[in-house]
Design a protein around this ligand. Structure first.
Ligand code: PMT
Length: 396
C-alpha cells in the first residue's frame, strides 16, 4: 500500500501533550509517500517546537495567520489549496469546539474553513473532557459534516486518569489517512501503464518514431488514479504533464521501456501497454551525425523486444492488457495479437480514421477479452479511458 504517494497532507497540530507524537506522525505519513507540511497553533508550540517539525517535514512550519512573510511564501489560501488532506492530530477539545462552530480565529481553523480537502482529526484530551456532553455534541456536529474522526484510544493518560482520550498511535492515524484515498474500483491495485511513442536512434540527432502523443496512455493513468489504483506511467517522450499522484518513468527507446517495465513487475497487479512501441530499430546507431552522401541509402533495421509479450510471459505475470492499432481488419488482427502475445485483454484501436487514434482528442475502440467484447463508441480519450478501466476492474 502507498495510497499517500504524492499526496499533500497538511498536518495541523494543536496544543496538547500528545503534540510530541506529531513528530512520529510526520514520519509515518512520509514513509507512506505523502508530502507533509505543518501548521501549529500557539498552544502546540508550548509542547513541541516548530523547529522539530520543520526538520522532519523539510518545510517551514506555519504558525501565524497574519504574517506578511508567511503570506509572501505560501499564504493561508495557498496552503488550503495545496492540501489533499487536512489532518489535525492532536485535536484538543478547544480546537474541536472551534471547528464545530466554524471559527476562524487562528491559522489552523482558518485553513480548515478555506480548504476543499477532506478533514480528518485525531482527538486527544482528558477522558472526562472527551465524555463531556459539549465535546460529544461538537464531535457529532463534525461527523455530520463528513469529518473523519480517528480514535481516541483508551488507556492510561498523561494526567494519570484512565479512559478514552489518548491520541491514537501515529501509525494508526497514518493508516486511516491512507484508507481515505484507497477507494474506488481499483483500490489498492498497482497499475503500470506504458504510454507515448518510443524513439529509436539513428545517430545523435535523428531517430525513428511515430505520432503517438501519449494522450490515451495519460488518460488511462488519470482514470486508474481516480479508480484508487497506485499508478505508474512508463512514458516515451511526450509533451504532456502526468496526472497528479502518478509516478512517472521517462524512457526513450523500446529497450529502455522494456527494462523499466521489467523492474516494475514485482510491484504490478495490472499492466496496460498503450505505448506505440517501434517494432524496429536501426541495426547500427552511428556515434557521429550521419553526413549527406549518395542519393539513396539503405537502413538496416532489427526487431525491438516485444514488451507486452515479455510481461505476459513473465513468471510474475500481472493481468496484462494490450492495445492493437490497426488500419484494416481491426478485430481479427486484435484477436490474433491477444492470442499470440498471450494477453488477458486487448483494446482494438482503428487508427485509419484521423479523428481517432494517434494524436487525437477522441477515440473509439473495441475491448476484447477471452470470452467477451465491448465496443466503446467515439468519445473523448478520458471517457474511453474510464470505460476501459471499468472493464479491467470487472475482468481482472
Ligand atoms: O498516444 P496517442 O496519440 O493518444 O494515441 C493512442 C494510440 C493510438 C497510440 C493507442 O491507442 C494505441 O493503439 N496504442 C498501441 C499502438 C501500437 O503500437 O499498437 P501495435 O498493434 O503495434 O502493438 C500491439 C501491442 O503490443 C501494444 O499494446 C503495444 O504497446 C505492444 N508492443 C508493440 C511492440 C513492441 N515492441 N512492444 C510492445 O509492447
Amino acid at each position: 500500500m502507498a495510497h499517500l504517494f504524492n499526496r499533500n497532507v497538511l498536518l495541523g497540530v494543536s496544543g496538547g501533550i500528545a503534540a510530541y507524537k506529531s513528530a512520529e506522525l510526520v514520519r509515518e505519513l512520509q514513509v507512506r509517500g505523502a508530502q507533509v507540511r505543518v501548521i501549529m497553533t500557539h498552544g502546540a508550540q508550548e509542547f513541541i517546537t516548530p523547529l522539530t517539525l520543520q526538520a522532519l517535514s523539510g518545510y517551514p512550519v506555519h504558525t501565524e495567520l497574519l504574517d506578511e512573510h508567511a503570506e509572501l511564501g505560501m499564504g493561508h489560501i495557498e496552503l488550503a489549496r495545496w492540501a489533499d488532506l487536512l489532518l489535525i492530530a492532536p485535536a484538543t477539545a478547544d480546537l474541536i469546539a472551534r471547528l464545530s462552530t466554524g471559527r476562524a480565529d487562528d491559522l489552523l481553523t482558518t485553513v480548515a474553513l478555506a480548504t476543499p480537502a477532506p478533514l480528518m482529526i485525531a482527538p486527544a484530551m482528558n477522558q472526562q473532557m472527551w465524555k463531556d456532553q459539549a465535546t460529544e455534541a461538537n464531535v457529532n456536529t463534525l461527523l455530520s459534516r463528513g469529518v473523519q474522526i480517528v480514535g481516541p484510544a483508551a488507556g492510561l493518560q498523561a494526567c494519570g486518569d484512565v479512559g478514552p482520550g489518548r491520541m491514537e498511535a501515529p501509525a494508526v492515524i497514518a493508516d486511516a489517512a491512507e484508507r481515505l484515498f484507497a477507494s474506488g474500483k481499483l483500490a489498492g491495485k498497482r497499475v503500470v501503464i506504458t504510454a507515448g511513442p518510443t524513439r529509436e536512434a539513428l545517430d545523435p540527432v535523428r531517430y525513428i518514431s511515430n505520432n503517438s502523443s501519449g494522450k490515451m496512455g495519460y488518460a488511462l493513468a488519470q482514470a486508474a488514479v481516480d479508480a484508487g489504483a497506485i499508478t505508474t506511467l512508463v512514458s516515451g517522450p511526450v509533451s504532456l504533464s502526468a496526472p497528479e499522484h502518478t509516478r512517472v518513468f521517462q524512457v526513450h527507446s523500446a529497450e529502455e521501456m522494456l527494462q523499466q517495465c521489467l523492474r516494475l513487475l514485482p510491484e504490478c497487479d495490472i499492466f496496460i501497454a498503450c505505448a506505440a512501441v517501434a517494432d524496429y530499430r536501426p541495426r547500427i546507431v552511428e556515434q557521429q551525425k550521419i553526413k549527406k552522401g549518395p542519393q539513396e541509402v539503405t537502413l538496416q533495421l532489427v526487431r525491438t523486444p516485444d514488451i507486452v509479450a515479455a510481461v505476459a510471459a513473465h513468471e510474475h505475470r500481472p493481468y496484462t492488457v494490450g492495445f492493437a492499432a490497426e488500419t484494416n481488419d481491426v478485430l481479427a488482427y486484435a484477436r490474433d495479437k491477444m492470442q499470440r502475445k498471450d494477453l488477458d485483454m486487448i483494446v482494438a484501436n482503428d487508427v485509419a480514421d484521423q479523428a481517432i487514434g494517434f494524436n487525437s482528442d477522441d477515440n473509439a475502440v473495441t475491448v476484447l477479452w477471452r470470452d467477451g467484447e465491448q465496443p466503446l463508441a467515439r468519445a473523448s480519450k478520458s471517457t474511453i479511458a474510464r470505460q476501459i478501466v471499468h472493464l479491467i476492474a470487472q475482468q481482472a
